[in-house]
Design a protein around this ligand. Structure first.
Ligand code: KIV
Length: 282
């Protein structure tokens, strides 16, 4: 499969083909996603909650993101990868935003970066885009500012909140973002935003009127056990399969059922030669 580019994303949008997008944080998941034919991977700062055990995404650092992006790139060489800019890697200034976005591309080989926030982040988006880096905007439920939002809450459910989202979406496109992610937004508002923009707009919990869907691997595969957002469909229960497999392994070891003869290496010289060797040490 050939790695998609922004031109493919635009072509898919104009043909009405839905893009498939999921998160991955490590080599095996990236390689599984590529084998399954996913169009795009996000190395989200959700790694903080899904694979690092934090309660939110705030503690995730640039170094964490770079090293996870490197592993994902090794696992999915032919897939378009978006690196998620962690909290405080772009909030302080346009200059630090460009430096950190550049680090992503130079040190981990991702193809694009994503950052959260609407109009207040437009000068960052503009600066990164002007440096020649593909940028994805992200509005709606923005987990890095969940404190200000009062928790992981859907956005755009009231007219006033929808107005803010529409203004943010338009400003993000004008600032130079090449695509946009809407998180936890009612489909009616999503549909209107999509009709107002010319860039591809993707959804995580924003319904079907988008150009494609994103899902978090830990949610769709049943690996993340703390909570399941309303917008998640579970396609597997890896936690259950894994716990059962480990229980079976423990059982086998305790009851001498593992390892079996087929799991050991056999000697290649005659046993009598080994007996002589062992005698030397008696
Ligand atoms: O970090 C992430 O996976 C994200 C999604 C929640 C959109 O930003």
């Amino acid at each position: 499969m050939k790695k998609k580019t922004i031109l493919d994303l635009r072509a898919m949008k104009s043909k009405g083909e839905k893009l498939t997008w999921m998160t991955a944080y490590d080599f095996p998941m990236a390689s599984f996603a590529e084998q399954a034919g996913i169009d795009m991977i996000l190395v989200g700062d959700s790694m903080g909650m899904v694979v690092m055990g934090y309660e939110d995404t705030i503690p995730v650092t640039m170094d964490d993101c770079i090293s996870h992006c490197q592993a994902v790139r090794r696992g999915a060489k032919n897939t378009l990868i978006v690196g998620d800019m962690p909290f405080m890697s772009y909030q302080v200034s346009d200059e630090s935003a460009v430096i950190n976005a550049g680090r992503f591309l130079k040190e981990s080989g991702v193809d694009a970066v994503k950052l959260e926030g609407g109009r207040r982040m437009c000068s960052r988006i503009k600066a990164i885009a002007e440096a020649g880096i593909l940028v994805c905007g992200h509005i709606g439920l923005t987990p890095q500012s969940s404190g200000v939002l009062g928790g992981f809450k859907a956005q755009g459910r009231t007219v006033e909140s929808a107005r803010e989202l529409i203004l943010d979406a338009i400003a993000i496109e004008e600032a130079g973002a090449q695509f946009l992610l809407l998180e936890a937004v009612p489909p009616e508002v999503t549909e209107f935003i999509v009709s107002k923009l010319s860039i591809p707009v993707y959804s995580i919990g924003a319904g079907t009127p988008c150009d494609g869907q994103l899902i978090i691997c830990g949610d769709m595969l049943g690996m993340f056990q703390a909570f399941t957002p309303k917008f998640v469909k579970k396609y597997a229960n890896i936690a259950e399969v894994t716990v059962n497999a480990i229980k079976e392994y423990c059982d086998d070891v305790r009851n001498l059922k593992f390892p079996e003869d087929k799991h050991v290496y056999h000697i290649s010289d005659d046993i009598s030669e080994f007996e002589k060797l062992f005698k030397e040490f008696e």
